[in-house]
Design a protein around this ligand. Structure first.
Ligand code: PGA
Length: 253
């Protein structure tokens, strides 16, 4: 069984008073919903982890980082390590989000190095893969996704069973242009097949989540797809009623 995993990616949003209000509304809302069989993760900017961790006390809510250093410690200005995130209550960390791959030129190699650091620190890396619109339209999608996934499979070896894979078509992120549930399923199914060719049981157990303009009104269709085990939610995760609604969507099998 693969539990439903819903991750809120706050990106560069939130501030002290927003967080207080969010935590209070969210905690109250949680009392009304049943999260059995689900894992909910909030990834705020890392500087606010301690604040939110102290305010959202529900045991079913986990925290995650949005990124981590590929280094352990030392002269790396501005970076945050996996061990630090763990110390501040994280269980997960996003790795290789397209906003990092594109804005910070993160390569497939770097993504693997970060994922290995996350695992070594006791975190679950949520590794993001996805294609641009141009790559999809010029039929390079499989090539791009293959390169991303092959480097994960080769770089992580046996440890691939410790990751979550997030498919986020770049053209669907923050654009309001969600992939249809069928489009997303097609890629998820293909990814599971591909990973299964290397290791069938890893592929069967791997949690694969979809991200890109997820909202309460498309979450259900996405989660009904056999190979979509959860959602990575950006903008909609910042609106408490919207996020709570997404958290309770989908049938736990
Ligand atoms: P979005 O972002 O839901 O705002 O499209 C998703 C993500 O980038 O993880």
């Amino acid at each position: 069984m693969r539990p439903i995993l819903i991750i809120a990616n706050w990106k560069l949003n939130g501030n002290w008073s927003f967080n207080e209000e969010y935590a209070s509304l969210f905690s109250n809302g949680l009392k009304e919903i049943d999260l059995t069989g689900r894992q909910i993760v909030i990834c705020p900017p890392s500087i606010y982890l301690q604040q939110l961790n102290g305010l959202i006390l529900d045991q079913e809510i986990y925290f995650g980082g949005q990124d981590l250093s590929d280094e352990i410690s030392g002269a790396f200005t501005g970076e945050v390590s996996g061990v630090m995130l763990k110390e501040f209550g994280c269980r997960y960390v996003l790795v290789g989000h397209s906003e990092r791959r594109l804005r910070h030129q993160e390569s497939n190699e770097l993504v693997v190095k970060k994922a290995l650091n996350a695992i070594a620190a006791g975190l679950t890396p949520v590794i993001c893969v996805g294609e641009t619109l141009e790559q999809r339209q010029s039929k390079q999608m499989e090539e791009v996704l293959s390169a991303q996934v092959d480097s994960i499979l080769q770089g992580l070896g046996e440890q691939v069973e410790q990751i979550v894979l997030a498919y986020e078509p770049i053209w669907a992120i923050g654009t309001g242009q969600t992939a249809t549930a069928e489009q997303a399923q097609e890629v998820h199914g293909w990814l599971r097949e591909k990973i299964g060719a290397t290791n069938r049981s890893v592929a069967e157990n791997l949690q694969m989540i979809y991200g890109g303009s997820v909202k309460s009104d498309n979450a259900k269709q996405l989660l009904e797809m056999p190979d979509i085990d959860g959602l990575l939610v950006g903008g909609a995760s910042l609106v408490v009623p919207e996020f709570l609604s997404i958290c309770q969507t989908g049938e736990v099998i």
